[in-house]
Design a protein around this ligand. Structure first.
Ligand code: ATP
Ligand code: MG
Length: 363
């Protein structure tokens, strides 16, 4: 019996960071034995905010493959592929954009917060608004059972659920009264998928709050990330400079633990819970310095990243391997997406000339 399928991925707008690790990548590494995993590098979506710098997007695609492999994703078990070489995704995006209304897309809260937090003003391309629908196509092209993501992706997944229901009802005669979990059984093409959130679905960044006073999520684009590829020196510098309680100027000042990235990071990464609880109490009472708590955090983070660094060093000695992983993965992913597209075209009665659909990798 074939394993259930997972689809998830990343935009190549930079390297992977600790938020990716706790939000999604750690789960992927754990699940790759029991699921057939597909990890998409969504390079066309990087053009929504970086269209003027294709060389950086290209570099980031390769960096993310290296990040995946260093983090423990095994290309023998999991399929790593690049979005732009899967034509079915672009075709499905166009069709799916008919299945959601424009006001519905504009109500997506992640779109609103990205416009605010990435300072896009009213200067973003039309394609920026289209990218959540592109993401619906990334997902549904693979008809997965599970999509492990961070919290900011939940609104996009909700759109994928709406598109799946609507498609199944319009073109597969699935009754609107059918429960989400029964859509495939009832003859639908697309599953109505639940997101799989980790224990830390939203890790904050090291740089403090946004204009509304809320701590920003750690993000490649917001200059507030500790990267999986950061060396010990970089981790040290970043943690030492990280945002903590702005009202605490000296060790004897009472500190606030809530909404303080230093303690959010200890809670997330430090397995010595007894130390964390005791140090938090001392911090509240002004009996322990920021530096001591930061040094402890540095130790913890360096220990987490060390095996990733070792794998990275080995990979960098053999760079051809990176493109090969991407090539093999993309060819395999394309076959799956093509099957979905074939079914889709039949169901929407636009399957005229089947012979045209032939992809050759030989030249
Ligand atoms: P960008 O700033 O370009 O949007 P990003 O840092 O948000 O980049 P994405 O490629 O958009 O990264 O996200 C990839 C996956 O990682 C998604 O599932 C997302 O929810 C998850 N993720 C990203 N940042 C975090 C975070 N800080 N905490 C938890 N999960 C995260
Ligand atoms: Mg993002």
């Amino acid at each position: 019996m074939s394993k259930p399928r997972i689809l998830t991925g990343d935009t190549p707008t930079g390297r992977l960071h600790l938020g990716h690790w706790v939000g999604s990548v750690e789960n992927r590494v754990k699940l790759q034995d029991s699921y057939d995993c597909y990890f998409i590098i969504a390079n066309m979506h990087a053009f929504t905010t970086r269209m003027e710098d294709p060389a950086a997007i290209r570099q980031s695609v390769l960096d993310i493959v290296i990040d995946y492999l260093s983090a423990g994703i095994d290309p023998v078990k999991s399929t790593i592929f690049v979005q732009s070489e899967i034509p079915a995704i672009a075709e499905l995006t166009f069709l799916f954009s008919m299945l959601l209304s424009f006001p519905r897309v504009m109500r997506n809260p992640t779109i609103k917060s990205e416009i605010r937090d990435k300072d896009l003003g009213d200067n973003y391309p039309f394609g920026f608004l289209l990218y959540p629908i592109g993401q619906v196509a990334d997902i549904l092209a693979f008809r997965p059972s599970l999509v492990p993501v961070g919290e900011d992706q939940v609104p996009h997944l909700e759109m994928a659920r709406e598109v799946a229901r609507r498609f199944n009802q319009l073109y597969c005669q699935v009754s609107p009264h059918t429960e989400d979990k029964d859509n495939i059984k009832a003859g639908g093409l697309f599953p109505v998928i639940e997101p799989l959130l980790s224990n830390t679905p939203r890790l904050v960044g090291i740089g403090g709050p946004n204009q509304d006073g809320n701590l920003l999520k750690m993000s490649k684009s917001l200059n507030n990330a500790i990267f999986l590829s950061d060396d010990a020196d970089a981790v040290h510098k970043k943690v030492m400079a990280m945002y903590t309680d702005p009202n605490r100027l000296k060790k004897t000042d009472k500190g606030q633990v809530e909404n303080n990235p230093l303690w959010i990071f200890h809670d997330t990464f430090n397995s010595d819970k007894a130390w964390v609880e005791e140090a938090k109490d001392k911090y509240r009472q002004g009996q322990i310095g920021d530096v001591e708590c930061k040094k402890k955090l540095i130790e913890v983070l360096i220990a987490l990243l060390k095996p990733m660094h070792q794998r990275r060093q080995a990979l960098l000695k053999n760079p051809e391997q990176i493109l090969e992983v991407l090539k093999q993965g993309t060819m395999k992913a394309n076959e799956i997406a093509e099957v979905t597209l074939k079914h889709t075209k039949e169901l929407i009665k636009q399957d005229y000339i089947k012979e045209l659909r032939h992809i050759s990798y030989s030249n």
